[in-house]
Design a protein around this ligand. Structure first.
Ligand code: NAD
Length: 249
């Protein structure tokens, strides 16, 4: 299926590695010009170098998604470099897991800042261009955790918040040919989850609870994002696509 997005320009936040890097690659394989943006400078440059080595179009911009001025610069530099912006994937994020009684105000604020505020700032920054051109795609990377996970009051709230934001913006911006959707990954094999002290346990549990008995891979998310970013998904908005191997609870 031709996704119909050749020569569009995408920003994928937090794409130095993990799901973001896989998404950047998948979009680039469709002929999309991709901006890899992250706070991890060397890793982001390495991701771009790997894409370019395969003949794909990619550009690295280091930016902290929680800072309004940096996000404005990110979008301005994207437009200056590639001549536009059409697709935004709000992917940057991380957990700070603790039981509520041990969760600090900082644990709460950090998670809200990077995922909710970061997505707000980035979406707000691209929206004038999307409206002007009458076409745009926003895809928020939520999580199965939006249903609620113990030790993840902050993370679950932020991931559910991304869904609320997408549903509100889907209604607000639909008239301009802009769709806003979420992908909710289940357990995916990335460095973020490999770094968790409970990695082996949650991996085993995830596969046990999934109807599809294999570990989720970054390419599973990348394929879902590419579809929602495509011309083929132009009548789908305000949706949450669960990519969890069939696991919901
Ligand atoms: N891996 C999973 O199982 C899983 C499941 C559900 C949801 N998710 C979500 O998918 C997204 C990607 O996860 P991942 O597993 O690839 O994690 P990852 O840690 O490999 O990648 C996240 C990236 O975000 C970047 N980042 C962090 N703070 C940033 C900031 N302030 N500005 C810009 N970039 C920043 C990090 O440097 C990192 O490169 C996250 O939002 C995560 O919550 C992951």
């Amino acid at each position: 299926m031709d996704l119909g997005i050749k020569d569009k320009v995408a920003i994928v936040t937090g794409s130095a590695r993990g799901l973001g890097a896989a998404t950047a690659r998948r979009l680039a394989e469709e002929g999309v010009k991709v901006v890899v943006t992250d706070i991890l400078h060397e890793q982001a440059e390495a991701t771009v170098a790997a894409l370019r080595a395969d003949g794909l179009q990619a550009h690295c911009i280091v930016a902290d998604i929680t800072k309004g001025a940096e996000v404005q610069r990110l979008v301005a530099e994207t437009i200056a470099h590639f001549g536009g912006v059409h697709i935004l994937v709000n992917n940057a994020g991380f957990p700070r897991d603790k039981y509520l009684v041990k969760m600090s105000e900082e644990d709460w604020d950090l998670v809200m800042e990077v995922m909710l505020k970061g997505a707000f700032l980035a979406t707000k920054a691209v929206m004038p261009k999307f409206i002007e051109q009458g076409w745009g795609r926003v895809i928020n990377i939520s999580s199965r955790a939006h249903f609620g996970n113990p030790t993840q009051a902050n993370y679950s709230a932020a991931k559910a918040g991304l869904i609320g934001m997408a549903k509100a913006l889907a209604i607000e911006e639909g008239r301009y040919g802009i769709t806003v959707n979420c992908v909710a990954p289940g357990f995916m094999e990335t460095e973020m989850v490999q770094a968790l002290p409970t990695y082996e346990t949650i991996k085993e549990r995830a596969v046990q609870m999934q109807p599809i008995k294999r570990v989720g891979m970054p390419t599973d998310i990348a394929n879902a994002v590419a579809f929602l970013a495509s011309e083929r998904a132009s009548f789908i908005t305000g949706e949450v696509l669960h990519v969890t191997g069939g696991r919901y609870g």
